[in-house]
Design a binder for this molecule. Structure first.
Ligand code: ADP
Length: 287
């Protein structure tokens, strides 16, 4: 009898504990939603006045009335570029908080790799020209034409890696090479082992490089490999954090290989799924 009562009491206690835990989980979920909502409202509120500041200061830099002194033009240029930095920071924080709150959903679609590479070639052509850097893009011949990935997020990651490459390189070249991942990478990863084939996108630069001991740090939020260079180059220190988290969401990851003073290679590995041309057309037709 005693034993029965005890176990009954314990069962009631466990029930109460379970209810309390569920309540706590609900509260946490609510406060996390609240945080994301707050950040999203906040960034909207911040973006609106910032946009007028950007538009007006940009108009001033043109000095249409011709009554600004060279010094004053420099001041408004600084207002414009600082405003732009602030906008990037706001967008990055919002992006990161959405990823962390699990609010970013992945939408895989059929994508022609060559089209994406052409787009990137054109997108970065002006900065390549301006910095007099060679920009090389190569797609391995043994790759299928199409992949099944979230195009928007893949572009976001590649643009991030390429912007960094251009930012931290003063001479030489930047390349983006797409190939099948090496067997060794696939064998060490459960998701990759399940995938029909795995893509590797390598962005290589001949820039300043990153010292070995700082290489893992660059994926952490707000970390910059070198305080002096970051002041020189600007940036939020969130780009690689966001890119790595997005890569994880896409089922892959970003790897780094860099030699200080020589250059860096950032490689994005992603599970790709071979899609035949006919099903590609079917999907296009049904869209
Ligand atoms: P941000 O570039 O905005 O500072 P990131 O998260 O993109 O932030 O990069 C973090 C840091 O990693 C950079 O500040 C820089 O120190 C280092 N880094 C990233 N990419 C490169 C690169 N291609 N060459 C040298 N350093 C790099």
């Amino acid at each position: 009898e005693e034993q029965y009562k005890n176990s009954e009491r314990r069962a009631t206690e466990l029930e109460a504990l379970k209810a309390a835990l569920e309540e706590k989980a609900r509260e946490l979920e609510e406060s996390s939603n609240y945080k994301t909502e707050f950040l999203s409202n906040m960034s909207h509120e911040l973006r609106t006045p910032l946009n007028s500041l950007l538009i007006l200061s940009q108009m001033l830099t043109e000095n249409k009335e011709g009554n600004l002194t060279p010094d004053q033009i420099e001041y408004v240029k600084t207002i414009f570029s600082s405003g732009n930095e602030l906008l990037t920071l706001i967008n990055d924080i919002l992006d990161l908080s959405k990823i962390e709150a699990g609010k970013v959903t992945i939408h895989p679609e059929v994508l022609r790799l060559a089209d994406m590479m052409d787009y990137l070639k054109e997108f970065f052509a002006p900065v390549a020209r301006q910095k007099e850097l060679d920009f090389i893009i190569e797609i391995d011949e043994d790759l299928p034409d199409t992949a099944h990935v979230d195009e928007y997020r893949l572009l976001q990651i590649l643009k991030n890696l390429l912007s960094n490459a251009f930012k931290f390189t003063e001479r030489g070249s930047i390349s983006l090479k797409v190939r099948r991942a090496e067997d060794q990478v696939i064998e060490n990863n459960d998701v990759f082992k399940e995938s029909e084939w795995v893509l590797a996108f390598s962005v290589t630069d001949t820039g300043i490089g990153i010292p070995k001991f700082k290489q893992s740090m660059v994926f952490e939020a707000f970390q910059q490999a070198n305080g002096t260079t970051s002041r020189k180059y600007g940036g939020t220190g969130l780009g690689l954090t966001i890119s790595q988290k997005l890569a994880n969401l896409l089922g892959g990851f970003i790897d780094i290989d860099s030699v200080e003073g020589k250059g860096s290679t950032f490689t994005l590995y992603l599970p790709g799924k071979e899609v035949s041309d006919s099903s590609c057309e079917e999907i296009a037709a049904s869209a």
